[in-house]
Ligand binder design. Structure first.
Ligand SMILES: Nc1ncnc2c1ncn2[C@@H]1O[C@H](COP(=O)(O)OP(=O)(O)OP(=O)(O)O)[C@@H](O)[C@H]1O
Length: 942
């Protein structure tokens, strides 16, 4: 404020002048009173007078009266409080701007203490959140590790609504930002990933960053929930208000007699972040689906309905919601605003993680060398949970025994969880006789001596699986024969219950996969139940599955009834139990398991499982629908097939693998979009190595990465179709492919579209094209090739037979002297639609292309969308249009043509009757100019 103005408009006058606004908008009165009292502008008696006044507005009037009586400085200080505690007086911030308020130096030295309930609540929330999230919980009760000491970034890929990649997230701030939002109407950020890939840890990191004010967000409230908690309420009786849901299960607001915190949340939902972890763990509740939805935050409802209301945006619309779930869980896409899929550790991340895990360079080296030597183990370790188990076991067992190495190449998931159990059970072992002499490792001894607690934990796990419960009470624990001394072993961890200071009442297994593993152990150990009861979960998993959109259906369409009641959204935890059962009953573990279960019983169980697997593989393969395609008889396998492959690998049975390989009668298997990860390639290879005949394999749109390709190496010799599009492959995969495909020369189709291949890989692809005479389709668009890589390919194509769909990105960086190479394009039948879109092609490139393609009579559709082509290329393009009668569609959307260039194209169109349309929307024409071309209907502007 200018001095003259300041004199004229004293603070006292300001308060009088804006009295009405202040009376209606000033909240958090206690904070004003506290500060005025602390600075001596009011005395105790004044405060009491204000507090005795009944309504809020009258209280403000009284305060204004009092400070105005006390004089100019008191008035100024009141405004300064509003300025300083901006969160509490958010409604008056525009007013401060309106009066152009800037505190004078004299006043800034005065202290303002924020006693506003909202600010206090935020403080308390941050403080509790920081306490709750600073440690990685899953380390049993004996040791805890600081999150920041071990958290490592993972591959976080952004997807659009069609599950196409939008690139990778660089940091967690991007999770909440607008980047890659594909549906602005959607309310929920959906994070998906496989078991153990780090969804919960990602949320924990997010919460921890927020608690330290290191997350880029304006949100001042953060509520975290685990979805499984919503299923724990009784469905008929337990109703709760949104207020209670927020405050009872998260942080409780103290000193908030007037409910200001909740009011604030209702008024400013955009200031709130929610995280809901584990949507897959939610239990369906059929009766609830029929209950009308809640929209009022004041009404009581079942917590599940509140959850749905929040996720759909019917409650607290505009708040940020992050929901996690296992891959494969469907929710209606209109609620999803953006989607992130967690892909686990890249080799770089794994190196970082190893570094964080081990202080000693010697250990880092041993582990890195062993991982580098085993793509299978590395593939498994790209899942952080497995990596953690492997590294933790290494550290523990290496410290206890003389020379412990990581397990060798053929390690299975069962081996990994056995290792973890060994680590836990070895905690009961007596200390080594002398510190200098370490004991020799004997896993079977450890299991034998730990059999009592192991059986008890296994029983508990199985009971939970059967009841569909992941949480167990003290009573259930005791009923299984577990004592207090058993709990610190590490299998269980307490479930944190908000606000409780007493000893934990409930426990859960360290991870749901550990529960699945122990449940399988219980099935093997059980000597009482009939032998065939080991197969009970197979039966459940093979039943037809309903989609899990049901809860959300109720939100949009009203009630719908699924055909059966299932305990969880997925049956993955049961699938894992089956898988571990196969592992524990495998031939490789026979000797080991005989230490804990009678050999005769073990034999019976092994026999039963094997014959069950054989017959179910047969009937599964028999029942698959076959289609006839150019490549022969094709079969699109179902996700259950993948589980079968995993189980077969886990059994290690060559007989079943052979039978499966033989049973695949189709010549082409499609495993696209099946969520195949690198570890599965070992299982696939295990079966395919027994196949004699040639086979096409479509694995497009999975997550197999370079580790997976290395695992498949022995099987490429018989592959006629190798489709690995959208699989995060780099040049090192192409090295493997070049070596194998060039050796065996049977490949006909090679799909590498949308990976991370550079010019180095392109050179190898060129070699494959050159050396494999049967190859007729190569897809290599959307990779990281430059003009150099494009040249290798184009040169080879020009000397070879016609290849369809060769789309090399940035081919157009070629210079004019390379026109001969470009002429090879005349052999192309089509470009992939996106192949030359958004490639920075200038007019020069447009000219070269048009010239090169003039003699191409086979190209039908030509896309040059989103480039920088202007009128300079119009004459050549017009010539091309005139000369080419085969072309049906030319797309020039979002370039830089003006009315002159379009005029030339329109004129050319009159000479070409076969061309259906030239699409030119998004160029530099005004509406008026576009109208000139009304007569030429094939020129599309919309
Ligand atoms: N980014 C990470 N950095 C370090 N360790 C991690 C990371 N992500 C996961 N882990 C390790 O893996 C374990 C399992 O991770 P987490 O529980 O987050 O998996 P999840 O995806 O939620 O699994 P599920 O779907 O089975 O619940 C963690 O306890 C931790 O030890």
């Amino acid at each position: 404020m200018g001095r003259i103005e300041e004199e004229k408009l004293s603070f006292l006058n300001i308060l009088t002048y804006h009295r009405e606004q202040l009376v209606s908008k000033l909240r958090s009165i206690q904070c004003v009173l506290d500060n005025l009292l602390a600075c001596g502008f009011l005395c105790e008696e004044d405060v009491e007078i204000v507090q005795r006044t009944v309504t809020k507005t009258d209280q403000v009037r009284k305060i204004l009266e009092l400070v105005q009586c006390k004089g100019e400085e008191a008035c100024e200080y009141l405004i300064f409080i509003i300025y300083k505690v901006c969160d509490a007086y958010i409604d008056l911030q525009p007013w401060l701007k309106e009066i152009n308020y800037n505190p004078r130096n004299d006043i800034t030295v005065m202290k303002v203490v924020n006693t506003d309930p909202i600010s206090r609540y935020c403080e308390k929330m941050r403080c509790e959140m920081s306490r709750d999230t600073s440690f990685i919980m899953s380390y049993g009760q004996q040791e805890e590790t600081r999150l920041e000491d071990l958290y490592t970034d993972t591959l976080m890929e952004l997807l659009n609504d069609c599950n196409e990649s939008l690139g990778f997230m660089e940091n967690l701030d991007q999770l909440l930002g607008d980047h890659a939002v594909f549906n602005p109407e959607g309310e929920t950020i959906y994070v998906i990933g496989d078991a153990g890939v780090g969804k919960s840890i990602l949320l924990q990191k997010l919460q921890n960053l927020w608690s330290k004010k290191e997350l880029q967000t304006d949100a001042i409230f953060f509520f975290k929930f685990r979805c499984r908690m919503f299923s724990m309420f009784s469905k008929d009786t337990e109703q709760i208000s949104l207020r209670d849901l927020l405050f009872k299960y998260n942080c409780y607001p103290d000193h908030d007699p007037d409910n200001e915190v909740f009011d604030y949340i209702l008024r400013f939902p955009e200031k709130v972040i929610f995280t809901f972890d584990g949507y897959d763990e939610l239990q369906e509740d059929l009766d609830l689906i029929n209950v009308p939805e809640v929209v009022s935050p004041e009404d009581k409802a079942h917590p599940l309905q509140l959850l749905i209301g929040l996720l759909c945006g019917k409650l607290l619309k505009g708040s940020t919601k992050v929901l996690t779930a296992r891959t494969g869980i469907e929710i209606q896409s209109n609620f999803i605003k953006k989607k992130v899929v967690l892909r686990g550790f890249s080799p770089y991340h794994m190196k970082t993680y190893i570094h964080l895990h081990f202080k000693e360079q010697e250990h880092r080296d041993i582990v890195s060398i062993q991982l580098d030597a085993s793509p299978h183990l590395s593939g498994l370790c790209s899942t952080p949970l497995f990596c953690w188990i492997v590294l933790k076991s290494f550290r523990h067992l290496h410290s206890m025994h003389d020379s412990f190495q990581l397990p060798e190449t053929c390690i299975t998931l069962t081996d990994i969880f056995l290792l973890l159990s060994e680590v836990f059970l070895s905690r009961t072992a007596l200390p080594a006789p002398s510190l200098l002499k370490k004991r020799t490792r004997c896993a079977s001894e450890t299991f034998k001596s730990g059999l009592r607690p192991l059986s008890a934990f296994s029983k508990l796990a199985l009971q939970g699986m059967e009841k569909g419960r992941l949480i167990c009470s003290q009573e259930e624990i005791a009923a299984c024969g577990l004592t207090e001394e058993d709990l610190p072993l590490g299998f269980l961890r307490p479930v944190s219950e908000y606000g409780s200071t007493e000893a934990p009442a409930n426990f859960e297994f360290l991870h749901t996969m550990l529960q699945s593993f122990l449940a399988a152990f219980a099935l093997v150990l059980d000597e009482q139940a009939p032998v065939n009861s080991i197969l009970r979960f197979f039966a459940e998993c093979s039943r037809k599955k309903e989609h899990f959109c049901l809860l959300f259906d109720s939100c949009t369409r009203g009630a719908s009834k699924p055909s059966e009641n299932k305990p969880f959204a997925t049956n993955e935890h049961l699938q894992f139990t089956n898988l571990f059962l196969c592992g524990l009953l495998s031939k490789a573990l026979r000797g080991f398991m005989e230490n804990v279960v009678s050999p005769a019983l073990l034999k019976k169980k092994r026999y039963l499982l094997k014959s069950y697997l054989s017959s179910s593989v047969k009937s599964h393969l028999h029942g698959l629908p076959h289609h006839s395609v150019t490549e022969g008889k094709k079969v699109h396998v179902l996700p259950n097939f993948l589980w079968m492959l995993r189980c077969i690998f886990e059994t290690g049975s060559k007989e079943i693998a052979q039978m499966t390989a033989k049973g695949i009668t189709a010549s082409f298997i499609k495993l696209g979009y099946c969520n195949v990860y690198s570890g599965d390639c070992t299982a696939l290879n295990f079966v395919l190595q027994h196949r004699q005949k040639l086979l096409g394999l479509d694995m497009d749109n999975n997550n197999i990465s370079d580790y997976g390709v290395k695992q498949l190496q022995p099987s490429f010799c018989k592959m006629t179709v190798v489709r690995l599009c959208v699989n995060h492959l780099s040049d090192s995969s192409i090295e493997v492919l070049a070596e194998e495909l060039c050796k065996h020369k049977v490949v006909e189709v090679l799909g590498l579209y949308n990976n991370h291949i550079t010019d180095v890989g392109a050179k190898l692809v060129a070699q494959i094209i050159e050396e494999c005479p049967k190859l007729r389709v190569v897809k290599i668009g959307k990779n990281k090739l430059t003009g150099v890589g494009g040249k290798y390919l184009a040169k080879i194509i020009s000397n070879q037979r016609a290849l369809v769909n060769v789309a090399s990105t940035q081919l157009l960086q070629l210079k004019k002297k390379d026109v001969a190479i470009l002429k090879s394009l005349s052999k192309l039948e089509s470009f992939l639609p996106s192949s030359l879109s958004a490639n920075g092609i200038t007019s020069k490139g447009g000219q070269l292309l048009a010239e090169a393609l003039k003699e191409n009579s086979v190209l039908r559709i030509f896309w040059l969308v989103q480039n920088e082509i202007s009128d300079d290329a119009a004459p050549q393009l017009a010539e091309y249009v005139k000369a080419n009668t085969g072309l049906t569609h030319l797309w020039l959307i979002s370039n830089q043509f003006t009315v002159q260039g379009i005029q030339q194209l329109a004129e050319a169109l009159t000479h070409n009757t076969s061309l259906k349309e030239i699409c030119v929307k998004g160029n530099q024409l005004s509406e008026e100019e576009e109208k000139q071309f009304v007569a030429e209907k094939r020129l599309q502007f919309h």
